[in-house]
Design a protein around this ligand. Structure first.
Ligand SMILES: [Cu+2]
Length: 503
């Protein structure tokens, strides 16, 4: 052989070996990326129900709650102590509950060694009380927001929102539910005994490295952290005994990046009765309901005497392609919560056919429209800046916001302060799960949504609200923008932002 030939042969075999190694590595990544706990869970832990937060009513009629952000440890598995954060306890927080028309105040103390915030997700309230990245609470510091509840009965939640660190703070355990009631919901014949036939279901995906949480982002997973198992209300392998024919599940996706598609193994239908911002006008019969991070759904499911059934998350085929399905969690499936029905069940009656009254605008004659292009690098080409106001909205105005994701990966979109109506999804009328009041929507790549909302809170040109992707790693990396609400003719002020108290 000539020396040239010899060089070519050596080179050729080298290229082949490298190609095989890359191919094998990729195959391993592809196969390793799919996660399923279906049929594998023992369901040997009774579901923990977050306690209802104690409150007292002040002389002026204000309902006052106390929350303490604290570090601790929790035995998710017997004998293994996991370092955690929680509100008033080791993990997650109590369920706050208030009625429409009530004035509420929450006295928050931060006993962590890091600055954080508490944001009231889904709540209509003044910007200063919103708990976004401009309302940081120093370690050892406190914050006492107050506001008057003025929105329909709904399942809201609270969690930290410090710019650049929200994912970490939520993963460690800082999250809780905030339930609102109103006169209409009090009269409705829906299951409403908290912890009995009306269950909070806070779903999070987790991964453990020994006793500790493993919060690492794996290769190719551009949505952020994806765990290899789920827990509900901080309980692994949870079961719940139920004694009523109808059970209401208040589903909250409190995961940082994972989207679920909930249903039951026998494909039984259930009634969707509420979305993010409250009750639907009429219940919708469904077999699946898909929830991206931050979204809620209230469903009512019928159980048979003595049966066991499982709330399951099924694989999803709408992530914008098989690549995204595999690496963003779309192919994954989980057995989430086992329901064990008593041999004799209390009769529940029928679900009323008229439920809530939608208060979101219909989008006719909007004052103006805006457009938002979602990219991992930023919204409308810009990454979040604490001292830059991106949008200025006139108080009392109805607007339509068109949100587009062509980014090749799934995103979602959350707007603070308002509930909105989904007018169109890729030009079509929205499906039932998007026909109620919403504050967060899932937008896989290739999706454009048109939303209608009205900004009727107090004007504050200096304090912004946020809009952002609620995949928390994306939000932390800058997929967020700021808007202020001003009086007609007023212009945006200067946010006191950029101040990172306590850092
Ligand atoms: Cu995103």
């Amino acid at each position: 052989m000539s020396s040239l030939k010899r060089v070519l042969v050596v080179l050729g075999s080298f290229v082949t070996v490298v190609a095989l190694a890359i191919g094998g590595g990729f195959l391993w990544l592809w196969n390793d990326a799919e996660v399923s706990t279906v049929g594998e869970e023992q369901f040997d832990n009774e579901l923990s129900i977050p306690p209802l937060a104690k409150s007292r009513v002040d002389k002026d009629g204000t309902r006052v709650f106390d929350l303490r952000m604290q570090a601790g440890e929790k035995e998710f598995e017997d004998g293994r102590k996991t370092p955690t954060w929680g509100f008033n306890g080791d993990y997650l927080g109590p369920t706050l509950r208030a009625e429409r028309g009530e004035k509420v105040r929450v006295r928050i103390r931060n006993d962590l060694d890091e600055a954080s915030t508490v944001h009231w997700h889904g709540m209509h309230l003044p910007a200063k009380m919103d708990g976004g990245p401009h309302q940081m609470i120093k370690p050892g510091g406190s914050w006492r927001p107050d506001w008057t509840v003025n929105q329909p009965a709904s399942t809201l939640w609270y969690h930290p929102h410090p710019h650049g660190a929200t994912e970490k703070h939520v993963q460690r355990g800082l999250a809780g539910m905030f339930l609102l009631d109103d006169k209409r919901s009090a009269r409705l014949k829906l299951p409403k005994k908290y912890g009995v036939d009306d269950l909070p279901v806070i779903v999070q995906d987790v991964k453990f490295d020994g006793a500790k949480f493993d919060h690492g982002h794996e290769m190719m997973r551009n949505v952020g952290f994806l765990g290899d198992r789920t827990m509900v209300n901080g309980t692994l392998r949870p079961y719940q005994e139920v004694g009523d024919e109808l059970v209401r599940l208040r589903l909250l996706n409190a995961s940082t990046a994972r989207t679920y598609d909930f249903g039951f193994p026998d494909d039984r239908s259930f009634s969707l009765v509420g979305t993010d911002g409250g009750l639907l006008e009429q219940p919708a019969r469904m077999e699946r309901v898909q929830l991206s991070p931050g979204e809620r759904a209230e469903i009512v499911v019928r159980v048979e005497p003595g049966e066991k059934t499982v709330l399951r998350s099924f694989p999803q085929d709408n992530y914008g392609g098989s690549w995204q399905q595999r690496f963003s969690g779309g192919d994954d499936s989980f057995d989430v919560l086992e329901l064990r029905a008593a041999k004799q069940l209390r009769a529940s009656g029928d679900i009323p056919w008229r439920l809530g009254e939608l208060e979101v605008p219909d989008g006719k004659n909007p004052a103006r429209g805006r457009f938002f292009d979602l990219k991992q690098s930023g919204i409308n080409g810009r990454a979040m800046e604490m001292d830059r106001i991106d949008e200025t909205v006139t108080r009392g105005a109805t607007e339509t916001w068109t949100v587009r994701n062509n980014n090749g990966m799934p995103h979602n979109f959350h707007v603070h302060d308002v509930q909105f109506r989904v007018l169109k999804v890729n030009g079509e009328a929205p499906p039932p799960e998007l026909r109620g009041a919403k504050d967060t929507v899932f937008l896989p790549s290739g999706t454009t949504m048109k939303l209608a909302m009205r900004f009727d809170g107090p004007a504050d040109p200096d304090t912004p609200y946020m809009y952002h992707c609620h995949l928390l790693a994306h939000e932390d990396d800058g997929m967020m923008g700021q808007f202020v609400v001003v009086e007609r003719g007023q212009s945006a002020g200067a946010p006191s932002g950029g101040r990172h108290d306590g850092h």
